[in-house]
Design a protein around this ligand. Structure first.
Ligand code: ADP
Ligand code: ADP
Length: 230
């Protein structure tokens, strides 16, 4: 069973930069996939295609067997299913309190109040931000902001979770804890795609590794095979 199916996808930014070239890639259900690559390799451009922020210049992309549709309604549905936690939490947090921020996504989904409350409580518990709920976002530390951003995305119960450098800016101690916390995000069906520079994190956690270089996929397969090739 597949979530995403990308065929010969390419993307050029308005200034002509070819950020993605001929990407053919399938993302099955229930996988833990690490996306490795240097700065500028195309990882975040790829993420932005998976939740419909960017539209391919060439090639195609489908989700659950259907070609992506970029109407407002279809994008709203897609973004409920495909959650992104950005590298810089400040890009996705608004103002107000932690609780208001976490509620923002779920409030937009047309769910009942009971369901919204239940999902928020669950996400808050998973990310351990109970003690922060009434704090203004701008008083939080970097690590706390990352957890609040994660809670807001988790509360929408995404099928696919895109994590952009979750260990960036955290020291070794907190990075090690991110591994534990990644395990909490698994639910059998959910696919987690994690962009990282951290090769040991990728090796320990992932069951599939994709390596990008200059907009192309140069490896896609088993972590063990990757580290013991050559
Ligand atoms: P990564 O996430 O792996 O660091 P990106 O997807 O951010 O890589 O970038 C891929 C390429 O696209 C790089 O060459 C980068 O400079 C370029 N790029 C990213 N955003 C823009 C933009 N808005 N306009 C032009 N080029 C961009
Ligand atoms: P500091 O104020 O020193 O920056 P943080 O707010 O980063 O502290 O971390 C406080 C707590 O949050 C710690 O117990 C740490 O384990 C946890 N933590 C920090 N970042 C993350 C993260 N990305 N995922 C999960 N837990 C985290």
């Amino acid at each position: 069973d597949l979530y995403f199916d990308l065929t010969h996808l390419s993307y050029a930014y308005a200034d002509g930069t070819n950020a993605l070239t001929d990407i053919t890639l399938q993302l099955p259900k229930g996988k833990k996939i690490a996306l490795l690559g240097h700065n500028g390799a195309g990882k975040s451009t790829l993420f932005q295609h998976l939740n419909g922020i960017l539209k391919p210049t060439a090639g195609s992309i489908s989700f659950c067997g259907k070609e992506l549709n970029y109407s407002r309604k279809a994008l709203k549905e897609l973004r409920q299913q495909v959650g992104i936690v950005f590298q810089d939490a400040d890009n996705q947090l608004f103002s107000g309190t932690v609780k208001q921020d976490i509620a923002f996504g779920p409030l937009n989904l047309g769910w009942t109040t009971e369901k919204i409350e239940e999902k928020i409580a669950w996400a808050v518990a998973q990310t351990q931000v109970e003690a922060l709920l009434d704090k203004p976002i701008h008083f939080l530390s970097v690590g706390q902001k990352k957890r609040v951003a994660m809670a807001g995305v988790l509360a929408m119960e995404p099928s696919v979770l895109l994590l952009d450098e979750p260990t960036a800016g955290l020291d070794n101690y907190y990075s090690a804890q991110v591994l534990q916390y990644l395990a909490m995000l698994e639910n059998g069906e959910r696919t987690i795609l994690l962009a990282t520079h951290d090769i040991s994190l990728a090796y320990e956690w992932a069951d599939q590794i994709i390596v990008m270089e200059a907009g192309r996929i140069i490896y896609n397969g088993d972590p063990v095979a990757m580290f013991f090739q050559e």
